[in-house]
Structures are given as structure tokens and as C-alpha cells.
Design a protein around this ligand. Structure first.
Ligand code: SF4
Length: 110
């Protein structure tokens, strides 16, 4: 029986379903072999209709291994750091005496 749109999950549309899992969890014995395995998995992700959902999920759960949404673990760490950094920069600057500069007070009130 076919699923209704409400019952579907993004993984239902993943084109890697049924693919060799080793392809998406490459273990290269040299950097060149690892990069070639990663390129092969990424080539599949490039044609997948749920790449954004897959990447979003991997970032949300902090998936530490494998190729997800066309990214390597290192690329996801970079993405997490670069998306978290602006939030850290928005924190008000507190001076040693505890004063909050006017510009930061306005930013905190917004
Ligand atoms: S983006 Fe890649 S890893 Fe994610 S579901 Fe699609 S093919 Fe699989």
C-alpha cells in the first residue's frame, strides 16, 4: 500500500537506498584512495533529491562519520563551526567593570 505524503520520510526518496553502505562510509588506506571513495559517494549525493534534508539531519544529530548530504565529516565540522560562530559573536561584550557598551545593549534588546 503506498504511503500518503504525511507518512513519507525524506529517507524514502534517498537514492542511496540499497547502495553498498561501504561506499558512504569509506575507509581508504591512503589519502588518495579515501578521496576517490568520497568522490564516488558525493557523485551519488549530487543527484539525490533529498540532499538538503540529509545534510540538515546529519548536522542536527552531529553525525560523526560517513558521507551525508554530499559532505564529509570534516566538511560538516566546518559547517557547524561557521554557522555557530555568528551566534557567539552576537553575545554582548562585558567590560571588566561589568559595563555593557551601548551598541551591545541595543543588540541585546533586539
Ligand atoms: S544525499 Fe547522499 S547520503 Fe544523503 S540520502 Fe541522498 S544519496 Fe544518500
Amino acid at each position: 500500500m503506498p504511503k500518503t505524503p504525511d507518512e513519507e520520510h525524506w529517507t524514502d526518496h534517498a537514492i542511496c537506498r540499497g547502495a553498498d553502505p561501504d561506499l558512504f562510509f569509506p575507509i581508504g588506506y591512503t589519502a588518495e584512495v579515501l578521496q576517490e571513495q568520497q568522490r564516488a559517494a558525493k557523485a551519488i549525493c549530487a543527484n539525490c533529491p533529498v540532499t538538503a534534508d540529509c545534510l540538515s539531519w546529519a548536522l542536527r544529530v552531529g553525525e560523526p562519520d560517513g558521507i551525508w548530504g554530499g559532505t564529509t565529516p570534516e566538511e560538516r565540522r566546518y559547517l557547524r563551526r561557521s554557522t555557530e560562530a555568528p551566534a557567539r559573536r552576537r553575545l554582548p561584550v562585558i567590560t571588566v567593570r561589568g559595563d555593557v557598551p551601548e551598541a551591545d545593549q541595543a543588540a541585546s534588546a533586539a
